[in-house]
Design a protein around this ligand. Structure first.
Ligand SMILES: [Zn+2]
Length: 135
């Protein structure tokens, strides 16, 4: 039973990191009023569509050494930080509260991280009126 619980806990931590990856994408796109669905995740500099390696939370960033594999432009360090923070929040919640309650609290914490990070990125974005960028 302990083995099964450990696997479920690891799965919850992985899902939290993947949600962290989605949070980064939302924080990038929401202030630009872009779709969260289309187009697929891509490099803002060269347009290369990200592949499976690029999309692995934290590890993808490390494998690429923080740069786009095609054009070499730097990827912001906030991406692995948010992914890691979400995974850590889940891990700590499960460690402290057990699997069921910990996972619930962990996902609430991840949702809070997401709302805060996307909200911050919207607040920092230039003010737009009528689709044109001001300032
Ligand atoms: Zn690129």
């Amino acid at each position: 039973m302990a083995m099964v619980e450990a696997l479920v806990a690891a799965y919850a931590v992985l899902v939290a990191a993947l949600v962290g990856s989605f949070i980064n994408m939302a924080a990038d796109r929401v202030p630009r009023r872009e779709s969260l669905v289309h187009p697929r995740s891509h490099c803002r500099s060269c347009g290369r569509v990200l592949n499976l390696v690029d999309l692995i939370p934290v590890a993808g960033y490390l494998v690429r050494r923080g740069r786009c594999a095609a054009c070499g432009v730097q990827i912001g360090a906030s991406s692995p930080l948010i992914e890691g923070l979400c995974a850590l929040a889940m891990l700590m919640a499960i460690s402290l509260l057990g699997l069921a309650r910990g996972a619930a609290v962990g996902f609430a914490a991840v949702a809070l991280i997401g709302a805060s990070w996307v909200g911050t990125s919207v607040a920092r974005a230039p003010i737009r009126r009528g689709g044109s960028r001001l300032g």
